[in-house]
Design a protein around this ligand. Structure first.
Ligand code: NAD
Length: 482
């Protein structure tokens, strides 16, 4: 059985404690590898290695750092097929999706921020003939990156790449539920010749390894993606230590469909937005709000499409919906389906487990109607293949429903009325709005949410700014020397 080791100071090592965790293949429920269970001693060793590497790494010319990141990207590209297979096995997602989305995006993250490293520059401000200011952007030092299980390598590299590009050294922890591709990234870093200590990868649980990163006094910033409750706990520890924080948290995203929308495109995109990656993407639209005049037509067409989705073995090319990530999450989603029934929801399809592979954690895609906005099913994040349908009378009610939860990550708006599209986008309390599309990502755009969906933004210059400290230098010039 393969052992997933920490990557500290350029070496692959077991944890100091000698403890291990099981790693499960959710497509069949079998343990297939083991993970080091790290704690504060391992994190301290990683921080020491990162601190030692920092002076040389941060002093490298941007082009040299970019070359390291591009080497990592080249190796990932060469191993694309193996990485996709690892990602699929570790998380239960369809292999085709890992090939099409997760791994290409992880490679793009490295290439994008390699380019950003060479384009990011200090700003200068001409104040008067006698005074000018310039603002240095200096790398923070050692930073912590903690990521979730839903898009494992995709989100892990989304943090690591800008941190390295900015000149920081990194102590990173992937989710203990999906550690495999982070381990592969460590092996790739070794092969790419990344200087020891620049990137350190620690494996283990949140309470043991994650909290040791968050509370380590010499880690200057925490970039975290995960649940809102976990994020609140991290903020409570990190804020009094005055650490810089970027928190990308949960969502309960609305897809709002007006009666003047391109019906067929809205329909097919709403199906994708609901069920891609088994509904386990923070950007999935889990509340579909449809204008009353087209509600019955949309509902019937939507349910018919969803019933055609194939729940199957993640390895099979015709699988649309793979396994949920693990037993605990599978049970949580099933409990939410029970709750929806108790709250008076009507199941239009799904609602039960499927068993394309014995022992795996599969759920049929589930569509529910008849629930008011103010119920737990429509207010809490479920993060699985479960969506609700609600109808609205007019734009005012649509906006009220869309903004009604504590979350504010993303929304989809479907209309052919250009004024309404902009007006509605303006009024949505969200970090991201997609008009007549979904998940169209441009890595330069600010990524993140408002309200309980997080604090701060990732992507483009936002990420480069996060991992650097601005320092203003004001220079007075003597214009008339004696
Ligand atoms: P989680 O909060 O349970 O775990 C996320 C990471 O934090 C894991 O690596 C975990 O080990 C670690 N962790 C847990 N407790 C910790 C602690 N006390 N201190 C430090 N680290 C700790 O989240 P999850 O279940 O892995 O992921 C699902 C959640 O992530 C969903 O809520 C989803 O919406 C959210 N998410 C958000 C975005 C976004 O960009 N906003 C993207 C993807 C996922």
């Amino acid at each position: 059985m393969e052992s997933i080791l920490n990557y500290i100071n350029g070496e692959l090592r077991p944890s100091v404690s000698g403890q291990w965790l099981d790693n499960v293949d959710p497509s069949c429920g079998a343990v297939y590898s083991r993970i080091v269970a790290s704690a504060s001693e391992d994190v301290s060793a990683a921080v020491a290695a990162a601190e030692q590497a920092f002076p040389a790494w941060s002093a490298l010319k941007a082009e040299a750092r970019a070359a390291c990141l591009n080497r990592m990207a080249d190796l990932m590209e060469a191993k694309m097929e193996a990485l996709a297979a690892d990602e699929s096995r570790d998380s239960g997602k369809p292999l085709a999706l890992a090939r099409r989305m997760d791994i290409p995006r992880a490679i793009d993250n490295f290439r994008f921020f390699a380019a950003a490293a060479t384009q990011f520059s200090a700003e200068s401000h001409y104040t008067s003939p006698e005074l000018f200011n310039y603002t240095l952007r200096q790398p923070l030092g050692v930073v912590g990156c903690i990521s979730p299980w839903n898009l494992p390598l995709y989100l892990f590299t989304w943090k690591i790449a800008p941190a390295l590009a900015a000149g920081c050294c990194v102590v990173a922890k992937p989710s203990e539920i999906t550690p495999m591709t982070a381990f592969r990234l460590a092996q790739i870093a070794q092969e790419a010749g990344l200087p020891p200590g620049v990137l350190n990868i620690i494996h283990g649980t949140g309470p043991d390894a994650g909290s040791a990163i968050v509370s380590h006094p010499r880690i200057k910033a925490i970039s975290f993606t995960g649940g809102t409750k976990t994020g609140a706990g991290i903020a409570a520890v990190a804020a009094p230590m005055f650490k810089k924080l970027s928190l990308e948290l949960g969502g309960k995203n609305p897809t709002v469909i007006f009666d003047d929308a391109d019906f067929d495109l809205a329909l097919s995109t709403a199906v994708r937005a609901s069920f891609t990656n088994q509904g386990q993407i923070c950007l999935c639209g889990s509340r579909i709000l449809v204008e009353a005049s087209i509600y019955p037509k949309f509902r019937d067409a939507f349910v018919a499409r969803v019933q055609q989705l194939k729940v199957g073995n993640p390895q099979h090319a015709d699988t649309d919906i793979g396994a949920l990530v693990g037993k605990a999450h599978f049970e949580k989603v099933l409990q939410y389906i029970e709750l929806a029934k108790q709250e008076g929801g009507k199941l239009l399809c799904g609602g039960n487990a499927a068993q394309p592979v014995p022992g795996g954690y599969y759920l049929n895609p589930t569509v529910i109607e008849g629930l008011p906005q103010q119920c737990r099913t429509n207010m809490e994040e479920i993060f699985g293949p479960v969506v609700t349908l609600q109808s609205f009378r007019d734009e005012t009610e649509a906006l009220e429903l869309a903004n009604a939860t504590e979350y504010g990550l993303a929304a989809g708006v479907w209309t052919s009325n250009v004024n309404r599209a902009h007006r509605f986008a303006h009024r949505l309390q969200m970090g991201i709005v997609w008009v007549n599309c979904w998940l169209e990502r441009d890595l330069r755009t600010p990524f993140g949410g408002v309200k309980s969906s997080g604090v701060g933004r990732e992507g483009g210059w936002e990420a480069m700014r996060f991992f650097t400290e601005p320092k203003n230098v004001g220079v007075k010039i003597v214009l008339n020397p004696e």
